[in-house]
Design a protein around this ligand. Sequence first.
Ligand code: ADP
Ligand code: MG
Length: 358
Amino acid sequence: MSDPRLEIRNLSRHFDASKAVDGVCLSLRPGQVTCLLGPSGCGKSTTLRIVAGVERQDSGEIHVDGELVSDGISSLPPEQRNIGMMFQDFALFPHLSVLKNIAFGLTGSKLQRRTRAHELLERVDLTGYGEKMPHELSGGEQQRVALARAVAPRPKIMLLDEPFSGLDDRLRDGIRDETLKVLREDGAAVLMVTHDPAEAMKMADEIALMRGGKIVQKGAPYTIYNSPTDRDSAAFFSDINIMTGKVKSSLAQTPFGEFFAPGHADGTILDIVIRPQHIRIDFDRAGQGPTPTDAMGQAVRATVQRARFLGQNSLVDFLLEHGAILTASVPSVFLPKLGTPFWLLAPRKHCYVFPQPH
Ligand code: ADP
Ligand code: MG
């Protein structure tokens, strides 16, 4: 495996009494896309700005290709870091043509710079726009020019702070995919900020989930989605159902059976979390089929309380025998009538057992 291109060690920054960034560590390899994902205000932009060198950290180190770039005491100026940036509030130089905007940060002969700028224009699908001025372009086109400008000098590291959020959906997917493809091919390490879990899942090799200035979990999209570290992390990616279970002999007791709860004292109430799409309707059992296996837990009798057709899927609220309500996401070919009884299953591997938040 290649050495890290960007290493962030123990980065912290406070504003007044609050810690905007609190001990952040990240390591990015060339060609790798990492998404910094988290709710608004959790410290994503501040982290990026410190890496870029436009904000100072209180403590912590930034290394690029093994070289110390900044440690809070001494700091390489932004323009010497070989780090490209694309922020939400990008700005083109209004008095320069599109081509000159893209060529702005390039070195080499005039011909080399023009050639590279034209190459990038083509990559962002703006061939023929080189002589236009920024004000003659739509917002989306300006954004593509800004991306071309950021990518043109082949930065070792690219920082993207929700640069695609201003674009309409159709445009966004295309531009985002193309931008990341270009950056990956160039071997740049990409650190991309987003508050949108779907976007992070789609784009990232690795997701770093951030909350209150801290990275609470890091991992591949599959891992972070399927093995959340706590209730809030689970809830960040989808709606969740929360059941409670009382611990007895290291097992949390629920209507769906017992769940392992090692290390929790008898009597403790734990949350058992399951995503709507993981709840299973046990059609076999309705016809008196096989009893559920251990992996499936215990089947629970439930009736339909509400059912909504959403196109791709249907959302069904079930009233369980003992009074709890669970929402299940089921294929949209299925839209049951109110009051219909079913047997439900909560597959063990999709149930997460967490202590209750304080
Ligand atoms: P995010 O990008 O995740 O939405 P930010 O990094 O922009 O979050 O902000 C993290 C926290 O730091 C927020 O509470 C924000 O108000 C605060 N903050 C950011 N920049 C400044 C600043 N220059 N002065 C004071 N507070 C700031
Ligand atoms: Mg931000």
